[in-house]
Design a protein around this ligand. Structure first.
Ligand code: AMP
Length: 719
C-alpha cells in the first residue's frame, strides 16, 4: 500500500530519547493512523503484535512523564467511575426516530411522497439499519478535534452522558483525523456566540460473536443472559464502571451529523466518505440509488444477506441523498420526512413444543408457557413463549409434541402462531389447566366472567417470589442485580419472605449465599463479596425512590404504574392514602371502584400494613418529595443563562447535574460564555470560560453562591 504517513523512520526514532513529548505525540499519531487503517478502512498494515508494541512504548513514556498524558491519548480510553447516575444531556438538535415501511408497498408509497414533494425521484442513499443503540459523539473542532462528549438518544430531546463508557469503544476516535478537519466549519454561527461542538451520530452495537461469548460467560457465572445483541449493547453502555464496558467488545457504525451546516459536504454519500476520512467506522454496505428498482433490490438483497452478517440489522434505511433536498422535505414531530426505515418481514421458524408449563404470577394468575426446543428467530434464541391463557391454547390448538411455528419481528416478543397440523404425533392430547397450583398445590379457581385461572392461596411461594421480583424490578424500586436466581436462593434460605426483608440483608450474609451449584473442585459456588457489595448498594439506593414507585412496587391488584402515579399525586403520602375511604379513593381521576376497592382492602390487611411499617422503619420513601415526583418547581430563574466551569468540589455534583438543577428552576445553561450570559459559576480549576467572563464583564459566582441559589431559588442581585 502507498505510504500513509508512517512515522517509522530513523530520524524520528533518534528524536525519541531527546524529546519524549515529541515522541509521545508521534506515537499517538502512529497508533491513531493504524486504528484508522484497521477500523475505518478495514486494511491493517501492521500486525497486532507490532501495534501492541507501539502502545507499550507510549505507555512507558507516559508513565515516566505523567505531565505528557493527554485525554485524547489512546492509552486513556478507560477512565474513572461514572458515579451513581448518568447526567442528563439535552441534545442541541433533536435525535429523531424513523418512520417505518413494513413492506415494499409501503416503501413505494414513501417514494411517491418524495416525488410529490421534490418533483422527481432524487438520488437516494441506502444503508443497513444497524440494530444497536443510537449514539451522539461530540468533537471540539477548535481543540484539534478531540472527543468531548458521548450521549445516548434518550427520549430524543434529552439523553444520558455516557462519555466515559464510549471512550472505551476501540473504533471511536478520541480525536478527529487532521486530514478531515478542513471540512469542518468552525466559524461562529451568529454574533459572539462560540460554535457548538461538531456532533456526529451513529449506532453502537455488539457483534454477534461477542454477544454469544458474553452470554456463554453469563451462563457460566449464573447470571441472566441478555435477550439479544441490542439489549446487550445498551446494557453495556450503561455500566457504572467503564472497565466493564471496555470488556464488552462494542463497535460503532457512524452515519450522521447533527447539523449539516457545520460540515462542508453536500449530502449523505459525501458525509459517509468524510466520516471514514475522519477516522470513524462506517458501514461499507451502502448504495447510492437513482431508481425505485435499485432501492427495492438493495432491500431484498439485505434480507437475503442478513443472516451472514457478523452483526444484527433490522432493516434498511433509505435517505434522500442531498442535504438541500432533505431540508426542503423537513421533519414531522417524530421523524424526518426525507428518510424511511424499511423493516424486514417478521421471521418465522418451526420447532418442537416440548412441554406446556404453568407460571404463577404475583397476583396468583396461572399462565401457560410453551417450552420449546431452542431455535434462533430474528437474532435471538427462543426457548419459551407465553401462551397467555387457556382459551388461547385452545384457540391455537397447540399440543405437547406438536411442531409449532414461532414468529418474532424485531422488538416483538416471540409468539407461537400455531401447529403444523400434518406433523402432529398420533398420541398428542389437548392441553388442560391443572386443578392445583404447581407451586403450592392449593386449588385453582376461575372467577365468573374472567379468562384467567388463579391460585388464591395467600401463602403461595411462587406468588411471594413474583412479588419480591416485582418490588426489585426496573419500574418499581429498581434494585439493580436482584434477579430471579438470587431472589429464589434467598427465599429458599428463608431470608426473604416479604419485600421489607430486603432491607435487613447485609453484605456478609449475601456474600456467603449458596448459589446451589458446585464449582469444578466440587465446592459450592457462593455469591461473593463483589456482587454482594453491589446488591447492598442497590438496596440502599432503592430507599430513596419516589413514592409512586413504592406504591407500584407493593403490587396491589389492578395498580399499575399509571395508577400508582395517580394515587401518589392525589395523596402525597402513605399516611394520607391509608386514611382515605373506599368511596373517596374511587373519586380520584383514573381510579374506578374496582381499583379503589383493591387499594382499600390491601392497605387495611394487617399483614400488608405491617410490611409497610417495616419499610418505613427501614427508610423507604413513604411520601412525595415535590421535586422527586416531578411536581412543579417554581421557575424563579426563568430568563437567566448560566455557564458552569471548573469542578464543583464542595457539592461533588458533576456539571451536568448542577446544570440540570438550574434548568429545573427555569434557567438556561449554555456551554459557552457570551455577553448574553447572566452568570458564570466557577468551580475549582476554572479555565478559559472564567477568563472570558471576566473580559466580558459577566458576573462570576462561587460554588457556595450556587448552592445558595439552589436553597433560596434566587440568583444574586447584580447592578
Ligand atoms: P427506530 O428506533 O425504529 O425509530 O429507528 C430509528 C433508529 O434507527 C435511529 O435512531 C438509529 O438509532 C437507528 N439506525 C440504525 N442504523 C441507521 C442508519 N443507517 N441510519 C439511520 N438510523 C439508523
Amino acid at each position: 500500500m502507498a505510504d500513509q504517513g508512517s512515522l517509522f523512520d530513523e530520524k524520528t526514532l533518534a528524536q525519541a530519547a531527546s524529546d519524549p513529548a515529541a515522541r509521545a505525540e508521534a506515537l499517538r499519531r502512529e497508533i491513531e493512523h493504524h486504528t484508522y487503517l484497521y477500523y475505518a478502512l478495514d486494511a491493517p498494515e501492521i500486525s497486532d503484535a507490532a501495534f501492541d508494541s507501539l502502545m507499550r512504548e507510549l505507555r512507558e513514556i507516559e508513565a515516566a512523564h505523567p505531565e505528557l498524558i493527554d485525554p485524547t491519548s489512546p492509552t486513556q480510553r478507560v477512565g474513572g467511575y461514572v458515579g451513581e447516575q448518568f447526567a442528563p444531556v439535552r441534545h442541541a438538535r433533536r435525535m429523531y426516530s424513523l418512520d417505518n415501511a413494513m413492506d415494499l408497498g409501503e416503501l413505494d408509497a414513501w417514494m411517491d411522497r418524495v416525488v410529490e414533494a421534490l418533483g422527481s425521484l432524487p438520488p437516494m442513499c441506502c444503508e443497513l439499519k444497524i440494530d444497536g443503540s443510537s449514539i451522539a459523539l461530540s468533537y471540539d473542532a477548535r481543540s484539534g478535534g478531540s472527543l468531548v462528549r458521548a450521549a445516548t438518544r434518550g427520549d430524543g430531546t434529552t439523553g444520558e452522558d455516557v462519555t466515559a463508557n464510549m471512550r472505551t469503544v476501540k473504533d471511536v476516535p478520541l480525536r478527529l483525523r487532521a486530514e478531515a478537519l478542513g471540512k469542518v466549519r468552525t466559524a461562529p454561527a451568529a454574533g459572539d456566540e462560540e460554535p457548538e461542538p461538531l456532533e456526529l451520530r451513529g449506532e453502537v452495537y455488539m457483534p454477534k460473536a461477542s454477544f454469544d461469548h458474553l452470554n456463554a460467560a453469563a451462563e457460566q457465572n449464573g447470571r441472566a443472559p441478555f435477550a439479544n445483541p441490542r439489549n446487550a449493547a445498551a446494557g453495556s453502555l450503561r455500566q457504572k464502571d467503564p472497565h466493564v464496558t471496555a470488556s464488552r467488545d462494542l463497535s460503532t457504525f457512524m452515519y450522521a451529523v447533527a447539523d449539516d451546516g457545520m460540515l462542508d459536504v453536500a449530502g449523505q454519500w459525501e458525509l459517509l466518505e468524510w466520516l471514514r476520512e475522519a477516522g470513524f467506522h462506517v458501514n461499507p454496505d451502502v448504495a447510492l440509488c437513482t431508481t425505485r428498482e435499485e432501492v427495492r433490490s438493495f432491500c431484498e438483497r439485505a434480507i437475503e444477506r442478513r443472516g451472514a452478517l457478523p452483526y444484527e440489522i433490522d432493516g434498511v434505511v433509505v435517505k434522500v441523498n442531498s442535504f438541500a433536498r432533505q431540508q426542503a422535505m423537513g421533519f414531522t414531530a417524530r421523524a424526518p420526512r426525507w428518510a424511511i426505515a424499511f423493516k424486514f418481514p417478521p421471521e418465522e421458524k418451526t420447532t418442537l413444543l416440548r412441554d406446556i408449563t404453568v407460571q404463577v404470577g404475583r397476583t396468583g394468575v396461572l399462565t401457560p408457557v410453551a417450552e420449546l426446543e431452542p431455535v434462533v428467530v430474528a437474532g435471538s434464541t427462543v426457548a419459551r413463549a407465553t401462551l397467555h391463557n387457556l382459551d388461547e391454547v385452545h384457540r391455537k390448538d397447540v399440543r405437547v409434541g406438536d411442531t409449532v411455528i414461532v414468529r418474532k419481528a424485531g422488538d416483538v416478543i416471540p409468539e407461537v402462531l400455531g401447529p403444523v397440523a400434518s406433523l402432529r404425533p398420533a398420541d398428542a392430547r389437548p392441553w388442560a389447566m391443572p386443578d392445583a397450583c404447581p407451586s403450592c398445590s392449593s386449588p385453582v379457581i376461575r372467577e365468573e366472567g374472567e379468562v384467567a385461572f388463579r391460585c388464591i392461596s395467600i401463602d403461595c411461594p411462587a406468588q411471594a417470589q413474583e412479588r419480591l421480583l416485582h418490588w426489585a424490578s426496573r419500574g418499581a424500586l429498581d434494585i439493580d442485580g436482584m434477579g430471579e436466581e438470587i431472589v429464589s436462593r434467598l427465599v429458599e434460605a428463608g431470608r426473604l419472605t416479604d419485600v421489607a426483608d430486603y432491607y435487613s440483608l447485609d453484605e456478609v450474609e449475601l456474600a456467603s449465599l449458596d448459589m446451589g451449584r458446585l464449582n469444578k473442585d466440587g465446592e459450592p459456588i457462593r455469591l461473593g463479596h463483589t456482587v454482594a457489595k453491589k446488591l447492598v448498594d442497590a438496596i440502599d439506593a432503592s430507599r430513596g425512590r419516589a413514592f409512586a414507585r413504592v406504591l407500584f412496587g407493593l403490587g396491589m391488584r389492578h395498580v399499575g404504574k399509571t395508577t400508582a402515579e395517580a394515587l401518589a399525586a392525589a395523596y402525597r403520602s402513605m399516611d394520607a392514602l391509608s386514611q382515605a375511604g373506599e368511596e373517596e379513593l374511587g373519586c380520584v381521576e383514573g381510579i374506578g371502584p374496582k381499583i379503589a376497592h383493591s387499594v382499600w382492602v390491601f392497605l387495611r390487611t394487617p399483614d400488608n400494613a405491617a410490611v409497610i411499617e417495616r419499610l418505613r422503619a427501614a427508610g423507604v420513601t413513604m411520601a412525595d418529595d415535590a421535586q422527586a415526583a416531578g411536581a412543579e418547581v417554581p421557575q424563579t430563574l426563568a430568563g437567566l443563562t448560566f455557564v458552569l466551569t471548573g469542578s464543583l468540589v464542595e457539592s461533588g455534583l458533576t456539571r451536568d447535574e448542577a446544570g440540570a438543577r438550574l434548568k429545573a428552576m427555569g434557567a438556561k445553561v449554555s456551554g459557552s460564555v457570551s455577553k448574553k450570559t447572566s452568570f458564570v459559576v466557577a468551580g475549582e480549576a476554572a479555565g478559559s470560560k472564567y477568563d472570558k467572563a471576566v473580559s466580558l464583564g459577566v458576573p462570576v459566582l462561587t460554588e457556595s453562591q450556587l448552592l445558595e441559589i439552589y436553597e433560596t431559588g434566587r440568583a444574586p442581585e447584580v447592578d
